[in-house]
Design a protein around this ligand. Structure first.
Ligand code: DX5
Ligand code: ZN
Length: 217
């Protein structure tokens, strides 16, 4: 059986001791490390910026899955690339020239992902789905960890899977927000390939075991 990919979200880590948390992630079965960058404009919160992330990138042995919750994300393609990121996620809602941004990300040698807020329809991806490596479906309104999962995401996964199959796209389906063992199981059954989990992993008594369980749902 194909195992689910797991991308723990650093937003819920202990920022006063990132090295300790990163050591645990490095030694775990986590596939990627999910990095949430916020600007206080696109979302009503600010997380961390590139000076912090340069240290995180040095310490992480996992490929970086960078989620930009900022306006004009195209301004930061080079900075994300300089971190050595594997994947750059930009929001559909933040990119009037989405096709151009996707090409810039790919030209920089990274994989390109498009993120949809909960109220943004999957059908809007029709004309970009064949150009991207992943779709990130938000299952909470972005900006904060620890929020409640929005169940309508399950319908969106099924619709997205149908779009991917119809168009022959190779895009993975990642889901972010309120993911735990219970919602994770529903998501995997609905067709998700990658689970982002913040509080479920970093607040777990045994982080490595939680990652193991999420991978084997
Ligand atoms: C929310 C972020 C998420 C967040 C998820 O805006 O994009 O990645 O860290 O946190 P949990 O898993 O606690 O909902
Ligand atoms: Zn995220």
């Amino acid at each position: 059986m194909k195992k689910t990919l797991v991308s723990p979200s650093l937003l819920s880590a202990n920022f006063a001791n990132l090295q300790a948390d990163l050591n645990i992630i490095n030694q775990s079965e986590a596939d990627w490390l999910h990095i949430d960058i916020m600007d206080g404009v696109f979302v009503p919160n600010i997380s961390f910026g590139f000076p912090v992330l340069e240290y995180v990138a040095q310490l992480s042995k996992k490929p970086l899955d960078v989620h930009l919750m900022i306006v004009q994300p195209e301004k930061f393609v080079n900075e994300v690339k300089a971190l050595g990121a594997m994947m750059m996620n930009v929001h559909y809602e933040a990119c009037p020239h989405l096709h151009r941004v996707v090409q810039q990300i790919k030209d920089a040698g990274m994989k390109a992902a498009v993120t949809l807020n909960p109220a943004t329809p999957v059908a809007l991806l029709e004309d970009i789905i064949q150009d991207i490596d992943m779709v990130l479906l938000m299952s909470v309104n972005p900006g904060f960890g620890g929020q409640k999962f929005i169940p309508h995401t399950l319908d969106k996964i099924k619709e997205l899977r149908a779009l991917i199959e119809r168009t022959g796209s190779q895009a993975l389906i990642e889901v972010d927000g309120g993911v735990n063992l219970e919602t994770g199981k529903l998501l995997v059954d609905a067709g998700a390939d990658v689970l982002v989990a913040g509080s479920a992993v970093f607040k777990a008594p045994d982080m490595a075991d939680m990652i193991h369980q999420l991978k084997n749902l």
